[in-house]
Design a protein around this ligand. Structure first.
Ligand SMILES: Cc1cc2nc3c(=O)[nH]c(=O)nc-3n(C[C@H](O)[C@H](O)[C@H](O)COP(=O)(O)OP(=O)(O)OC[C@H]3O[C@@H](n4cnc5c(N)ncnc54)[C@H](O)[C@@H]3O)c2cc1C
Length: 331
């Protein structure tokens, strides 16, 4: 396989027919930067119907071209039609890389079409680097329980397929290009070959307290938390600061708080203005999920790794420090 025959970087634009999934916009903005370094074109792939106002949001991320796919099979996400679509498109256009949001759907079909194309797929990278010498993308991700940062490349095969978790990158549109090429494709997948059947859709009851991804202030408790009762003071602190409570994975494992409040590599990626971590050691799997303007850490161990990441560190008992903060705020 000659890598030179593969050009352009693609982003799959996931949508529900009404709105683009935020991860697609985040990816377009990040991959724009890689394309500027590599000289590739940034191509957004949109299957099915999407309002023009939403397509405009994609254009604002600086895409060079859009492949708009019509045909049967794309009304609702399904494994078969989407796996087939990317297999067919990649064989025809030979992109150098395809990036897919690491949503439930993206994680389902990306490895499948990569396998059909006999190429590699990496998941959950927290950083993407273009290497001009090899022309490979370096997918950087925490590995071995966060003890090392692994750099994964797909050095001899193309396209390089990767799934990236929502919230990993920022949606910072650079503006639409003067000319965006529109490539129309009609690829119909026989609906009778879709093996799943749509029966009903029931959305989770929306609990705003569990929506930490877009919150400005996060009070995060780690394994240092004693018990359920001691959570009360952290809830109170979060409320006084106009923020929300979040936690590390061991707190979820102990069933003290729900999974939706877990921050980190296998939880929610957060970008608050203020993050205060209480009794959090600073494992890389956790801190890679935090992109805070101000990072405060409270830990009784002065050598805890979290002190390498924070703007302000307080060595002390987490409950005592929390009570002091509450008392000061009430004053
Ligand atoms: C593939 C993979 C994915 C993962 N994904 C995630 C993820 O998404 N999110 C996540 O959080 N973790 C994740 N983990 C787990 C992660 O590696 C760590 O084990 C975890 O983040 C540690 O949580 P912690 O800091 O709360 O606990 P610990 O590492 O046990 O640290 C507890 C800290 O509390 C301090 N402490 C104890 N008592 C007190 C007190 N009274 N006052 C002050 N300080 C006190 C201790 O000094 C210690 O530093 C993942 C692991 C793997 C392998």
């Amino acid at each position: 396989m000659d890598k030179k025959n593969f050009k352009d970087m693609w982003v799959y634009v996931e949508h529900d027919g009404k709105q683009v999934h935020p991860v697609a916009l985040e990816l377009c903005c990040e991959i724009r930067k890689l394309c500027d370094q590599s000289g590739d074109r940034l191509v957004a792939v949109i299957a099915g119907q999407l309002p023009e106002s939403e397509v405009e949001k994609v254009k604002q991320c600086g895409v060079d071209a859009i492949i708009a796919v019509s045909g049967t099979g794309y009304e609702r996400y399904n494994t078969e039609a989407y796996t087939n679509l990317f297999t067919v498109l990649c064989n025809k256009y030979k992109p150098s890389a395809v990036f897919v949001g690491g949503t439930v759907n993206g994680r389902d079909f990306a490895p499948r079409f990569a396998a059909r194309l006999e190429t590699g797929c990496t998941s959950d990278a927290t950083e993407l680097i273009y290497n001009p010498e090899t022309t490979d993308i370096e997918f950087v991700e925490p590995a071995a329980g966060g003890k090392i940062m692994a750099v994964i490349t797909i050095p001899v095969l193309r396209p390089q397929v990767g799934t990236i978790r929502p919230g990993t990158f920022k949606h910072v549109p650079t503006g639409a290009k003067a000319k965006v090429e529109l490539i129309k494709e009609e690829i119909s997948f026989p609906v009778e070959n879709i093996r799943s059947r749509f029966i009903d859709f029931r959305a989770d009851a929306f609990d705003p307290e569990l929506d930490i991804a877009s919150c400005d202030t996060i009070v995060c408790v780690g394994a240092g938390i004693k018990d359920e009762e001691s959570l009360g003071r952290y809830r109170e602190l979060a409320k006084l600061l106009g923020g929300k409570l979040a936690c590390t994975r061991p707190v979820v494992d102990r069933e003290l708080l729900p999974y939706k409040l877990q921050v980190g590599q296998s939880g929610v990626m957060i970008k608050p203005k203020l993050y205060i971590g209480f009794g959090v050691s600073g494992a890389v799997n956790h801190v890679t999920g935090v992109d805070a303007e101000k990072f405060i850490a409270v830990n009784r161990d002065p050598d805890a790794p979290i002190f390498n990441y924070c703007d302000y560190g307080i060595v002390g008992d987490m409950d005592e420090v929390c009570d002091m903060m509450i008392a000061q705020l009430k004053k």
